[in-house]
Design a protein around this ligand. Structure first.
Ligand code: M6R
Length: 593
């Protein structure tokens, strides 16, 4: 996830405005920053790795000349956070500059072709193919717009990009496809950004672009065209956001924003499938899988165990990173040891990775490019969640799960599973239509002292994750339990009014989990049921229910059923007057053992 901006001003220098705009997008990435402006002396670029403030103090970004320009904040996806990989990127001549957000899935193939044709690349990014393609088509005699359209026809993946060229100065052009992009209309001044809050200080009049729409902006206005190149009559909407809301993109908290970004995070992570196939093709035959992780990443690993054992028949262990040293002696050298960590910097996980590296093949599934785990492991898969600011892991968990499902689908050759994964973003979006109901439930249950979360099989890690979220951001005691295990002790704790959240998607453990619902109800518990909209028995038994599409079976349910649990904890936290983004005693990245 990166952020792009651009502007054409009347009489002022663009650079200070671009700088202000990228600051509004810092939540989208903070690995590196760069601006390109056009003036009589051509396109000038300043960029480097580091936070906006540091880079700006060092390079004086605001001093770039000209009234037109583009800018970028980067969250590294392809290529480490370095000056060379920072945007804007240029063609061979430096006459074309591009900023891009998204992933160009087929960039390797395009880069090879362009290099064979003599183009010189200076970065490891996927983005750099865009200015080189535009250069190629312009050198064949077409204008910037036609060159951009021909470039778009070659790209696979998700992208929002903006391009400037010295051959057609005083213009900015761009496109949106599956990555956000809005245009701003000021008083004879025009803007573009990944997100409206970035340009709020300059205009509140916004044009929302849809997928495949392109735009051309100059001092006379903005033209938007559809996929067929027809000029569109786009509505200009006036938004009423305060600058304070800016960084959070209009949400009250980062956590809520990150929960709502999960469909996009899954979509982006699904693009990893080609890299995963390549990694899998190099694997020897493993006899065992061992997952190592902490906290939420440990729960993702547990889903991995059910997948590897259920679909591949491979014996799988899941070990807490802080306990790994006690199990390391028994590590099978024919194992693949998979480390899951959003930060790639968790001390317990890194220590375990060092030990495992001496004994077996290691794979890290990590969200932060360039983090220590990515440098230490034999293989690396990236979760494409973008930066996660809230301490409670949400979209990184979902992206970790997506990677594990992809890994298993690639190792087993299960095409049906790959297809099912494509439906996940849409299933998730439907859950958001239940948010008001979940908010009401939060108000109803916010004063409970203890919660239980129960589920069997694939729903057990979901129950554990629901309980962890609750503890972490509401300070209410939450206990996640395997539904069948409840009667072996914890049932003694169930009495009147203890909420028991029951995760019971359609599947083979459904009926037995419903028997456990009966058991807790008989002891006075209040049951919150998560199940299919066609589950009449659960509807009858539960005091409150969150309904899901009946198409979501047990196997795929961990990716979707956890979303209402994240929302429930979030809304309870807010109802109790807690800041869910900064829970007490906790840190986003735990770098001590
Ligand atoms: O960065 P990691 O995934 O290695 O972090 C592991 C845990 O510290 C983390 O998942 C923690 O449990 C979260 N705050 C839970 O929301």
């Amino acid at each position: 996830m990166c952020g792009i901006v651009g502007c054409i001003l009347k009489n002022d220098k663009a650079a200070p405005v671009l700088l202000d705009c990228v600051q509004g997008l810092e939540y989208r990435g903070y690995d590196s920053v760069g601006l390109a402006t056009y003036s009589a002396s051509g396109i000038k670029i300043k960029k480097d790795k580091g936070k906006i403030k540091e880079v700006s103090e060092k390079l004086h970004l605001e001093e770039l000349p000209g009234e037109i320009g583009i800018g970028h904040v980067r969250w590294a996806t392809h290529g480490l956070p370095t000056k060379e990989n920072a945007h804007p990127h240029t063609d061979c001549t430096g006459k074309i500059a591009v900023v891009h957000n998204g992933i160009i899935e087929n960039y390797k193939e395009l880069k090879d072709q362009l290099e064979d044709e003599g183009h010189q690349f200076t970065s490891q990014t996927d983005t750099e193919v865009i200015p080189h393609l535009v250069e190629k088509y312009m050198s064949q005699g077409v204008g910037l717009e036609e060159a951009m359209n021909q470039t778009i026809s070659k790209l696979h993946g998700s992208y929002a990009f903006a391009v400037i060229s010295t051959d057609e100065p005083h213009k900015i052009m761009g496109v949106r496809k599956e990555s956000p992009l809005i245009l701003g209309v000021g008083d004879g001044e025009y803007f573009l950004a990944s997100d409206a809050p970035a340009i709020l200080q300059h205009t509140r009049r916004i044009i929302y672009l849809a997928d495949h729409e392109t735009f051309i902006m100059d001092a006379d206005g903005v033209t938007v065209k559809d996929r067929e190149g027809q000029v569109m009559d786009k509505e200009i909407e006036t938004i009423r956001w305060t600058p304070e809301m800016a960084q959070k993109g209009g949400y009250d908290h980062f956590m809520l924003k990150e929960i709502h970004e999960q469909p996009e995070a899954v979509k982006n992570t699904l693009f990893e499938v080609s890299d995963i196939k390549k990694i899998v093709s190099k694997f020897p035959e493993f006899k065992r899988i061992t997952f190592v992780a902490c906290g939420t990443s440990y729960h993702a690993s547990m889903v991995g165990k059910y997948l590897f054992e259920g679909l591949l028949g491979l014996p799988t262990d899941v070990i807490l990173a802080s306990e790994f040293e006690f199990a390391a002696n028994a590590l099978d050298p024919d194992s693949l040891v998979i480390f899951i960590s959003q930060s790639g910097e968790t001390a317990d996980t890194l220590k375990a990775l060092k030990i495992a590296n001496k004994k077996a093949e290691t794979l890290a599934i990590v969200n932060v490019l360039g983090s220590t785990a990515t440098r230490e492991a034999d293989h690396v898969i990236f979760t494409r969640a973008g930066p996660e600011i809230g301490v409670a892991a949400t979209k990184t968990y979902i992206s970790q799960l997506t990677c594990i499902y992809l890994l298993v689908a690639c190792m087993s050759g299960d095409k049906e599973l790959l297809e099912e994964l494509q439906q996940v973003p849409d299933h998730m979006k439907k859950v958001f239509s239940y948010e008001d109901k979940i908010k009401d439930m939060a108000a109803k249950y916010k004063d409970a002292q203890d919660f239980f979360f129960i589920g069997r099989g694939f729903s057990y890690p979901t129950a554990l994750e629901g309980a962890l979220k609750l503890k972490e951001i509401t300070y209410i005691h939450g206990e996640g339990y395997a539904a069948g295990e409840l009667k072996h002790g914890p049932l003694a704790l169930i009495d009147d009014d203890v909420p028991v959240v029951t995760v019971v998607p359609p599947g083979k453990s459904h009926d037995r989990t419903l028997s456990n619902v009966e058991e807790v109800k008989a002891r006075g518990a209040r049951v919150i049921g998560l199940g299919s909209s066609e589950d009449q028995v659960l509807k009858y038994e539960a005091h409150d229910m969150v309904e899901f599409s009946p198409e979501i079976n047990e196997l795929i349910s961990p990716l979707i059923y956890v979303v209402p649990l994240q929302l429930l904890s979030y809304h309870i936290s807010v109802a109790r007057g807690i800041d869910p983004d900064k829970p007490k005693n906790l840190a986003k990245c735990v770098t001590v053992e």
